[in-house]
Structures are given as C-alpha cells and as structure tokens.
Design a protein around this ligand. Structure first.
Ligand code: SAH
Ligand code: DHB
Ligand code: MG
Length: 221
C-alpha cells in the first residue's frame, strides 16, 4: 500500500500544498547534507501552517528543527510581527536549517537555538518568555512526554500543541515494547488522558512517510 499512499500524497501535495523554490531547496539541501529524510510531508507542512493561521499564531515553538522544512511552513503562517523559536540539538542540522531559513527570507522571524531541547525549554521558562500560541513537538520521541509538560508550562489557554510521530507503524499499541520511542509516546498518551488542562485527540496518517500519526492537544484551563 505504501506506493499508493505516496501516489495519493503527491496528488494532493501538487495541487493543494505546492512547494516554492525555498521549500524545494530546503529539502534538496537537507538531502545533500545527508540529514535523515524525516521532515514532514508537504501536505503535513501545509496542515501545520493552517493550524497556525486558525489560531492567529504570533508565537510558535518548534522542538526538533532538522533542516528547517516544517519551520519554514509554520513561520510563513505567522501573524504579522510574529516569531518562531525552534530547538535543535545537532549543530550540523541547525546549520543546514539556518541557511534554509535565511534563503526563505525568514531570518528576522525565526530563532534557532542549538542545545538539548530540555535545556532550552528550561531556559525559556527561566527567562519568563511570553506563552506560545502553537507548539510543534518533533524531536527525540523518547522525550515526547517531558517536552509536552514543558510546552504546557509555556502555554496559555487556547494554545495548540501538536506532537508528531505517535503511531510509528502501529507500534504504539504494543504494551510489551521496550523501544524508548514507543515508551515515550505511551507515557505521553497516559499523561494526556489524565491531564485536565488539555483536551486531546490522535489522528493516524498514511502518506509518503509511511504509516504514522500525530497528537493534537488544546490547552483548555
Ligand atoms: N521538524 C522537522 C523534523 C525534525 S527531525 C521537520 O519536519 O522538518 C527531529 C530533529 O530533532 C532532528 O534534527 C534531531 O537532531 C533533533 N533532536 C533529537 N534529539 C533532540 C534533543 N534532545 N533536543 C533537541 N533536538 C533534538
Ligand atoms: C523519526 C522522527 C521524525 O520526526 C519523523 O517524522 C519520522 C521518524 C525517527 O526518529 O525515526
Ligand atoms: Mg516528525
């Protein structure tokens, strides 16, 4: 089925989520620099941009930059004078991303912070930054639950929090899994289930990146 998923993804992407030169070049340069091919798809990038638009996001937080592909999609959807902060542990990834962000003309709106995300999140909290309107969690999956807690502490009522890659070929339901990523996602799900401050759902997806899914959570109190 993967060939069909890709065909359908491309069909919609070409028509509904077309990429301009900056997005195409961001992917091409990520590939050329041997970054892993795990950016969101164009249709998912457009979806993230639309979420930013519907919540009139002026402040976006991204955890996991890679080559800046999802960053560009979301930063373009920022409200006027909005800003995006993106956290990346790998200096080589951040370097590719910064060049892609510069070429997209977004350098004035995007700040790439190179450090382990847990440290950057603690620093943002200590700095007393204004809360974010939209958070995209897409770094090491074993930490998805702790990043969610940190994101919640940097949110306001109404903030949307998206967590990528929560299905992973369906492995999420494997209660016997010892995979750190699966354990992280399962801890996140239990946290969401008991956390009264958020209303959440999870959507399975197929497409050119296979079978996966994302969590969408809204801060309600
Ligand atoms: N959001 C990107 C893809 C991110 S891939 C897109 O869709 O275009 C995941 C990224 O998280 C990788 O670049 C990886 O280096 C980074 N990462 C992994 N562990 C991290 C950590 N502890 N802190 C910050 N970033 C981390
Ligand atoms: C992985 C990470 C991602 O952000 C993604 O979209 C797909 C896979 C991974 O670490 O395997
Ligand atoms: Mg991802």
């Amino acid at each position: 089925m993967e060939a069909k998923w890709t065909e359908v993804d491309e069909y919609f992407a070409e028509r509904l989520a077309p990429q301009d030169a900056a997005l195409e070049q961001a992917l091409a340069d990520s590939t050329a620099a041997a970054l892993p091919p795990i950016s969101v798809t164009a249709t998912q990038g457009k979806f993230l941009a639309m979420l930013a638009e519907v919540c009139h996001a002026r402040r976006i937080l991204e955890i996991g930059t890679l080559g800046g592909y999802s960053t560009i999609w979301m930063a373009r959807a920022l409200a006027a004078d909005g800003t995006l902060v993106t956290l990346e542990i790998d200096a080589r990834h951040a370097d590719v991303a910064q060049k892609n962000i510069d070429r997209a003309g977004l350098a004035d709106r995007v700040q790439v912070i190179v450090a382990p995300a847990a440290e950057s999140l603690a620093q943002l909290k200590a700095d007393g930054v204004a809360p974010f309107d939209l958070v995209f969690i897409d770094a090491d999956k074993q930490s998805s639950d702790t990043y969610f807690e940190a994101a919640l502490a940097l949110s306001h009522v109404g903030t949307l929090i998206v967590v990528d890659n929560v299905v992973r070929d369906g492995e999420v339901t494997n209660a016997a899994s010892t995979d750190a990523s699966i354990l992280g996602i399962r801890r996140l799900t239990e946290l969401l289930a008991r956390e009264p401050r958020v209303s959440s759902t999870a959507i399975q997806t197929v497409g050119s990146k296979g079978y996966d899914g994302f969590v969408l959570a809204r801060v309600v109190a």
